[in-house]
Design a protein around this ligand. Structure first.
Ligand code: UDP
Ligand code: MG
Length: 316
């Protein structure tokens, strides 16, 4: 077992991968107390030359690097799972390949962990880097809703973390298919300490997330962490019942006191409102049903197609 493993998911990073891996390697070699480490790079089904670069250039140059290729793009969370599954070290650091997570922080995180007493060292964003107003607003709105619904506070959290072996082993016992790394690692607890970092400019390539994939991630993580939307449906139903009861009484009184019941517009409006809320409610229930369906299929989170050290560990 190594002392330290670094897990890096990559997806179409051909323009930056060599520079970023060399930087991380150089940083790791500078750490005095660290003798043995491994770099696990998970190629998340890249369609550019990323895998070729990893296999033919980076792996032969450094024996510490193990590159694993997933059979298609499974998403960053699945790639992280693959990395954590393979990592065989007393401490595991998870980081991005685009140098937005400063490699210089590895030393600091590693030292905090070595001092003992801390199971998770998390890097939190001091600022959100050079993001557009829109994306920082949506991120903030999402975290606000998420922490209200799930009780897990993720503001300024990042996927840049050091985890003790104990945490990784605990992580591996979580069976769900819909993985939300930040939320699940916050949920696990353990002793944690934070170090701050400033998000660097994304260099070389563009972000792999678009608005639609972010909305999907937000929905998945809310549905995975909270059943509050379901309770909301119940609450809405209850308020409609109370409202209709009051309205029914009023109408009955009006009927018996001889006042003609008018208000075709009101009826149409009510129909639309109720029809709309029923459909939304069904949609919310469907959202959970879809998650349940995903989970009960029990498919693996990822499929490995290539591994530069295939015989080192057998994946289960
Ligand atoms: N990534 C991945 N699979 C994907 C999308 C992204 O493995 O489907 C990797 C990507 O190569 C990078 C990290 O996840 O190392 C973070 O991606 P990105 O920088 O695009 O996200 P952001 O920094 O905007 O959160
Ligand atoms: Mg990035």
């Amino acid at each position: 077992m190594n002392e330290l493993a670094i897990v890096i998911p990559v997806f179409n990073e051909q323009s930056i991968i060599v520079r970023s891996i060399e930087t991380i390697m150089a940083e790791l070699e500078l750490i005095d107390a660290l003798n043995d480490f491994e770099l696990i790079i998970i190629d998340d089904g890249s369609s550019d030359s990323t895998w070729g670069v990893l296999r033919d250039k980076l792996c032969p140059a450094h024996t510490e690097i193990r590159a694993v290729r997933l059979s298609r793009n499974f998403g960053k969370e699945a790639a992280l799972c693959a990395g954590l599954e393979i990592a065989d070290a007393r401490a595991v650091i998870v980081m991005d390949a685009d140098l937005q997570h400063p490699p210089s922080l590895i030393d600091k995180m590693y030292r905090i962990w070595r001092e003992g007493g801390v199971d998770i060292v998390e890097a939190v964003k001091r600022s959100r880097g050079n993001e557009s107003k829109f994306s920082s607003f949506t991120a903030r709105a999402f975290y606000a809703i998420f922490s209200r619904l799930s009780g897990v506070d993720l503001k300024n959290a990042s996927d840049f973390k050091l985890m003790d072996r104990r945490v990784v082993d605990a992580w591996k016992t979580l069976p769900e298919r819909n993985v939300f790394f930040r939320g699940m690692s916050a949920w696990m607890g353990f002793e944690r300490k934070q170090v701050e970092f400033t998000v660097a400019e994304r260099s070389g390539s563009v972000s792999k997330w678009n608005t639609l994939s972010l909305i999907k991630l937000a929905l998945t993580s809310i549905a995975a962490f909270s059943s509050a939307p379901l309770h909301l449906v119940t609450m809405a139903g209850v308020s409609f019942i109370i409202f209709s009861f009051v309205l029914g009484m009023l109408t009955t009184i009006q009927h018996f006191s001889g006042v003609a019941v008018s208000g075709f517009a009101t009826v149409i409006l009510l129909l639309l409102i109720i029809g709309g809320s029923i459909m939304i409610s069904l949609g919310i229930i469907g959202e959970y049903l879809a998650r349940i369906y995903d989970e009960v299929k029990l498919r693996p989170r990822f499929v490995v197609s290539d591994d530069t050290k295939a015989d080192a560990t057998i994946l289960d």
